[in-house]
Ligand binder design. Structure first.
Ligand code: SAH
Ligand code: SF4
Length: 373
């Protein structure tokens, strides 16, 4: 018997192809997307606008399989975190952060990460594998459903999605693009493309490719303002240094149909990248890039060898950037009591031998690899 198709994993385009192949009209795809993603339904029997015969056929060839939730915790500040176990024993984390005027879901794209940034605990855990489309969108499904009240119409709590959990989204390009298509589709989550943000440490060729197929918002994990320091903090910089990366960000923004700014993420590490000379360098580097800067005080983890700067240093850095004319925000730590802060989404990465696969992928992509990978 051939394996059943997990309908959770089908982008709108692939869902239409699936129903056409079954001999059905393409509008069935819209109905199915709605059942799954808007109504949170995972049982074909309950899909009452599909004929009995079609439901029986679906049960034969398809399934709707969700990630297994092993933990769901809500912080005193309303932040919610899920730990989902993946086949093979690894687990990933997803976080929901409620704010006054929006609700942001931070999702993972890989189990671990191969890019090995020196200040990131995900990176330090190594890499296991890419998440499938179903595992990526499954995080949005699970979070949306967790707010449902039986018998009531679904309230839309998730207004924004950021790919800032575990993993480098551009290293899992096809699956991430399909999952984002589902997020944006009117029959699924219907999120605004401005409110879906892909965060990357700078895999330049994939960023160029992204601009051809997507128009979501972009966050760049900069963290250093010169190549010497960035090579140490974000090793992919050795392959794609700042003089390649910054123009690629500009090109991406230029391709967008509207005027949008990139978010520049900058993790502030005590006495490493928080000096006034870095402000000067940043001003030069970003002078032609429409952007807002988000400062993230380093979140310590055991044996990182780095420290969070004092509030004095943090504010000094922010004010100096501000004086240069930048829009600057400081990311406040939320969900501290449930370990939901940036860089604390560590999951559990089993079987790191599969890191080799990512190594090969990187090698194909870049011709060479940095020595850490
Ligand atoms: N791989 C992607 C997305 C995931 S990381 C990227 O690097 O952009 C999401 C953000 O959290 C990145 O900006 C990352 O640099 C930051 N981060 C990672 N570890 C951190 C830590 N220990 N303290 C503060 N921010 C951290
Ligand atoms: Fe990977 Fe991003 Fe962490 Fe770097 S910061 S190791 S790219 S998850």
């Amino acid at each position: 018997m051939t394996e059943k198709v997990n309908l959770l994993s089908l982008s709108p385009k692939k869902m239409a192809d699936f129903f056409v192949e079954l001999g059905e009209k393409p509008f069935r795809a819209q109905q199915m997307l709605k059942w799954i993603h808007q109504l949170g339904e995972d049982n074909f029997d309950n899909m009452t606008n599909m004929s009995k015969a079609l439901r029986a056929k679906l049960a034969e060839v398809a399934e709707i399989t969700l990630p297994e939730i092993v933990l769901e915790k809500t912080s005193t500040d309303g932040t919610r975190k899920w730990v989902m176990r993946m086949p093979g024993g690894s687990s990933i984390e997803t976080v929901f952060i409620p704010e006054k005027d929006r609700g942001t879901l931070c999702i993972s794209s890989q189990i671990g990460c191969a890019l090995d940034c020196s200040f990131c605990s995900t990176g330090k855990q190594g890499f296991n594998r890419d998440l499938s489309v179903a595992e990526i969108i499954g995080q949005v499904f699970v979070a949306s459903k967790s707010f449902d009240v039986p018998g009531e119409r679904r309230e839309r709590k998730i207004t924004n999605v950021v790919l800032m959990g575990m993993g480098e989204p551009l290293m899992n390009f096809d699956n991430v693009v399909d999952a984002m298509d589902i997020m944006l589709d009117d029959f699924a989550y219907s999120l605004s493309k401005r409110r879906v943000t892909l965060s990357t440490s700078g895999v330049v060729p994939m960023l160029e490719k992204l601009g051809d197929v997507s128009d979501v918002s972009l966050a760049l994990s900069l963290h250093a303002t010169n190549n010497e320091l960035r090579d140490q903090l974000v090793p992919i910089n050795k392959k794609y240094p700042l003089e390649k990366l910054i123009p690629a960000v500009k090109t991406y923004l230029d391709k967008l149909p509207d005027r949008r700014k990139a978010t520049i993420e900058y993790t502030l590490i005590n006495k490493v990248n928080d000096e006034m000379e870095h402000v000067e360098e940043m001003a030069k580097l970003l002078k032609d890039v429409p952007c807002k800067i988000n400062l993230i005080p380093f979140n310590p983890f055991p044996h990182s060898g780095y420290e969070r700067p004092s509030n004095n240093r943090l504010y000094r850095f922010r004010d100096a950037l501000h004086n240069k004319g930048f829009i600057v925000t400081i990311r406040t730590t939320r969900g501290d009591d449930i370990d939901a802060a940036c860089g604390q989404l560590v999951g559990q990465v089993e079987d790191k031998t599969r890191r080799q696969e990512q190594y090969i992928k990187l090698k194909e992509l870049t011709g060479t690899v940095n020595k850490h990978v």
